[in-house]
Ligand binder design. Sequence first.
Ligand SMILES: [Zn+2]
Ligand SMILES: [Zn+2]
Length: 166
Amino acid sequence: MEGMLGTPEATRLLRTTQLRVTRPRVSVLEQLQHHPHSDVDTVAQLVRAELGKVSTQAVYDVLKALTSAGLVRRIEPAGSPARYEIRVGDNHHHVVCRACGEISDVECAVGERPCLHASNDHGYVIDEAEVIYWGVCPACQVTGEVVDEPRTDAQLRAEPAQRHTK
Ligand SMILES: [Zn+2]
Ligand SMILES: [Zn+2]
């Protein structure tokens, strides 16, 4: 299957960094290949199923090291624990289901950072716009899952007003 990571590929990726190749690191990369956008608990369960006794803290440390090394991307949709994926470096966005929290990849709208241009950059050199699309996934549309408190982008709109300007 194209794009399958497999142990040799995970090992090769680790060798491109300063990180030592360890079984937990290889396993975490493999699990994220098959289960993108997993949170630390999910990754820990998957790693334990493969390697046996590995603590959630150890998996968290592995994820942190892999993220620092640039092999893993960490995303934090509002109201959700941090999620991890190995698709890095392409500035893709995410669409999140308001009802069940399911996350899918969306290609970058423009194709490169920062994707959106700020109407006022306040003199900053802006290199990223964090874009998250919110909606209801196909499965939840079918079950008619009720979304009692839809998140709005009111927070986003309110932000510039709260910003302190000198
Ligand atoms: Zn859903
Ligand atoms: Zn993604």
